[in-house]
Each structure stands twice: as structure tokens, then as C-alpha cells.
Ligand binder design. Structure first.
Ligand code: FES
Ligand SMILES: [Fe+2]
Length: 426
């Protein structure tokens, strides 16, 4: 039984909350690199419940500052981004990327006030087409950004997109850990014919097994960055079909894809307690993405969503995700187009913060139960003992992959994963 108190600890991320402090122990993505231009318009950013503003200065450095001006608290989103600083349009005070004012043009020349004219600023870095920040105590700042596999490949080999999801971050992550829903929510009726013969233990995606065996058993493998999940389905008398996913602290997942296809991962960034960004990453370790793959990502038909200029999906709760009952009868399980939008339709429908004390969990929820315990335990250990969360000190351990594989029944899937070049970079 999950209590209301546990639900609070798991979901709340504002300043001073245990889970908020856990997130503030990590470097986390907060914008796509493409969202900021040198000397271009600043962007409002809300992150872990804090109202901030970001801009890219003349020297291509990104500032992430308190949203409000040190003078009389005007919103710096209206500011002028000029000559290495963001200038408030009310009285012209100008702030560099450290949050320090460099000019107070309405004050007397040489005023000592300038040294107190400073606003909160967080450090930023860029890696893997996204901009990262660290919002925790200076003395605990991790030296390196997690070395996720998609940050290590050339830019031509990867794509990053994002979409707004209007519910708490935790129920979005739970969808990423829950391999059993794939048999239902993401089922396309045509997949039943998609089975082909197997190659000797090579990576395969066999949606047919997900339809034929809708009762996977879950196996957890602890790691330095979080854990790997093996969802096991029956394939034949001698083989199991394993879907191996990764959870990487604090909110990354890597999900299995088909042989030869790009890998896909997510990061759920808490905007506040009621909204999150779903960042979606696709990458191929060995080759550039193809035109067809880019086209697919842009279309919103699969894992990447079609969004408006504010990254809100075009199919959203206001238009019932463009649900088509005819499609639901004939083509797919939901009548909704796009894996990401299908996820969003059910996860937003649970309410902004689902009441986990009212759930009825089963065996298929094993990975989720494990994840909740881990997150709460890590957050409370940080709060009570100052213990750094799992993964903070091992950024290199993050370079892992995931996949779907047919294996003889006696094989250990996690050993097979460690030995597979596709699943685990050398
Ligand atoms: S409020 Fe920003 S300069 Fe006055
Ligand atoms: Fe899903």
C-alpha cells in the first residue's frame, strides 16, 4: 500500500522538498540548444517549481537566471539581450550570466549599489543538443554531465525533441518503466502479422510476442546509475523474448527498439509539481539518422510528437488527443496517433498528481514498485544523512543502451546485455 505521505515525497519537487533536492543533486536538461540564439530573445524557463529566464549571450554562453530583476522585480523575459548581458526593460539594469549586474544606468555614476545588484544564477553546459543546469549547492556540483550514449555520438547520429506533458513527472516516468502496457496501449493491429524468423540471438523486435504473451514477468538488475529492467515473455519452447529497458537517475529511461533502428530514450524534466517536459532522444550508435527517420520524427506518428511553437502537442487534452473511434476499431488499440501521445492520453487522464493510495497494483507493476521505493529511499537518505544519490558520482556509468532480444531460456539476459555491442558500448 502506497500512502498519501509517500506520494507527497515521491512527487513534489519544489525547493526544500526531498525529491526536489534529489533532482538538485544532478545536472539536468532544461532547454534544447536550438531554443536559444546568440543575442536572441530570452526564454522563460520553469524548472523544479522555480521561475527562471535563460538567454545565450554574445559569446555563446548560456545564462539561467532568476526570472525577476534585482531592482523592482520586473520579468526579465521582456529584457534586451545585448553585448554580453540581459538588460531589464524597466530601468535598464543589465545582468551577466553569473547574475551580477554590470550596469545600473538610472543610478548615479559609480554607485556602490551595483555590488548588491545580483540575482540568482545557475551554471549551464551544453551536451547532446540540450542545455543542462545544476541547481544544487556549489560545493556538491558534479564535475561531469552524465555520459549518456546519445551525447557521445556525432550530431548527425541523433535527434532530440520535447513535448509538454500536463501531469506530474513521476507518473510519466512510470510509463517508461512499464513494459506491460506496450502490449495494449501501443498495439497496432497490423503488428500481428509482423513476425519473421529469428537470427541466432541477434537483436530482434517481435511485437508478435507482445501480443501473444501479454503477461510479462519483470526482473530487476541493480546498477551504478539506477537499474535495468528485463521484461520476459514466452517466445517458444526453448526461447524467451526479453525487452531490456534502463532507468538512469534521476529521470532518464532508455527503451528497446528494433534491430538496426535508432535507440530511443526519454528524460522527464519536472517543470513544477503538475507539469513536465518529456524530452525524447533518438540516436544510432553507428550511422547518421536517415531522411526517413527524420521524417518520421517530424510527423509525430511514433515516439516524437508533433508540437506547436510552445512545444505543446497538437493532439492534446483539449481536443481529446484527436481520438478517432473508427481508427480504434480497425487500426490500433487507442484510436490515437503516436506512441508519445498515446502515453500522454492515459497519463494525463490520471489527474495532475495521481492518488497512488487508491491504486490496486499487480505483478505487472513490479518495476514501478521497485522504482518508487528506490526514489523515496534515495531522497530520504539525502535529506537525513546527506548521502549523494545513486549515479551522481558515476557519470561514466551512464553510457548504456537497451534492446529487445530472443534468448535461450537458460540464458541470463543481463549477461547477454553486457556482452552485446549493440546493448552496451565497449
Ligand atoms: S525593475 Fe528592472 S531595472 Fe528596474
Ligand atoms: Fe508507452
Amino acid at each position: 500500500m502506497f500512502t498519501a505521505e509517500q506520494n507527497e515525497v515521491l512527487t513534489r519537487v519544489g525547493p526544500g522538498t526531498p525529491m526536489g533536492d534529489l533532482f538538485r543533486s544532478f545536472w539536468i536538461p532544461f532547454l534544447l540548444s536550438s531554443e536559444l540564439e546568440v543575442d536572441g530573445p530570452p526564454k522563460r524557463v520553469t524548472l523544479l517549481g522555480e521561475n527562471l529566464v535563460a538567454y545565450r549571450d554574445t559569446q555563446n554562453r548560456v545564462g539561467l537566471l532568476d526570472r525577476h530583476c534585482a531592482h523592482r522585480r520586473a520579468d526579465l523575459f521582456f529584457g534586451r539581450n545585448e553585448d554580453c548581458g540581459l538588460r531589464c526593460t524597466y530601468h535598464g539594469w543589465k545582468f551577466d550570466i553569473t547574475g551580477q549586474a554590470s550596469e545600473l544606468p538610472a543610478e548615479p555614476e559609480g554607485t556602490p549599489l551595483i555590488k548588491d545588484a545580483k540575482i540568482k544564477a545557475y551554471p549551464t553546459r551544453e551536451s547532446g543538443d540540450v542545455i543542462w543546469t545544476y541547481m544544487g549547492p556549489k560545493e556538491k556540483e558534479p564535475k561531469d554531465i552524465p555520459l549518456l550514449d546519445w551525447t557521445a555520438v556525432p550530431p548527425t547520429h541523433r535527434a532530440a525533441t520535447k513535448r509538454l506533458q500536463e501531469n506530474n513527472w513521476a507518473q510519466a516516468v512510470e510509463g517508461g518503466l512499464d513494459s506491460s502496457h506496450v502490449s495494449f496501449l501501443h498495439r497496432a493491429f497490423t503488428q500481428v502479422q509482423a513476425a519473421t524468423t529469428t537470427k541466432e540471438g541477434h537483436l530482434v523486435q517481435r511485437p508478435i510476442y507482445m501480443v501473444k504473451d501479454t503477461r510479462p514477468t519483470f526482473h530487476i538488475h541493480k546498477t551504478d546509475y539506477g537499474f535495468a529492467i528485463g521484461a520476459r515473455r514466452n517466445a517458444s519452447d526453448t526461447e524467451y523474448y526479453w525487452r531490456l529497458s534502463q532507468f538512469l537517475m534521476p529521470a532518464f529511461t532508455i527503451i528497446p527498439t528494433a534491430e538496426g533502428r535508432p535507440l530511443t530514450g526519454h528524460f522527464w524534466v519536472p517543470i513544477d509539481d503538475y507539469n513536465c517536459w518529456a524530452y525524447t532522444f533518438s540516436w544510432h550508435p553507428q550511422r547518421p539518422l536517415t531522411d526517413e527517420e527524420w521524417e518520421e520524427y517530424g510527423s509525430g506518428a511514433q515516439i516524437h510528437a508533433a508540437v506547436d511553437e510552445n512545444f505543446r502537442p497538437l493532439a492534446n487534452k483539449d481536443n481529446t488527443y484527436k481520438l478517432d473511434r473508427e481508427m480504434q476499431r480497425k487500426e490500433n488499440y487507442t484510436g490515437i496517433v503516436g506512441v508519445g501521445i498515446q502515453d500522454m492520453s492515459v497519463q494525463e487522464s490520471m489527474g495532475a498528481i495521481t492518488d497512488r493510495s487508491k491504486e490496486l497494483l499487480g505483478a505487472s507493476d513490479a518495476a514501478i514498485v521497485y522504482w518508487r521505493r528506490l526514489m523515496i529511499d534515495q531522497a530520504l537518505q539525502l535529506k537525513e544523512k546527506g548521502k549523494a544519490p545513486l549515479g551522481v558520482e558515476t557519470p561514466k556509468a551512464y553510457q548504456v543502451r537497451s534492446g529487445a532480444v530472443l534468448l535461450p531460456k537458460e540464458a541470463d539476459p543481463f549477461k547477454a546485455m553486457a556482452q552485446s555491442i549493440f546493448l552496451q558500448p565497449a
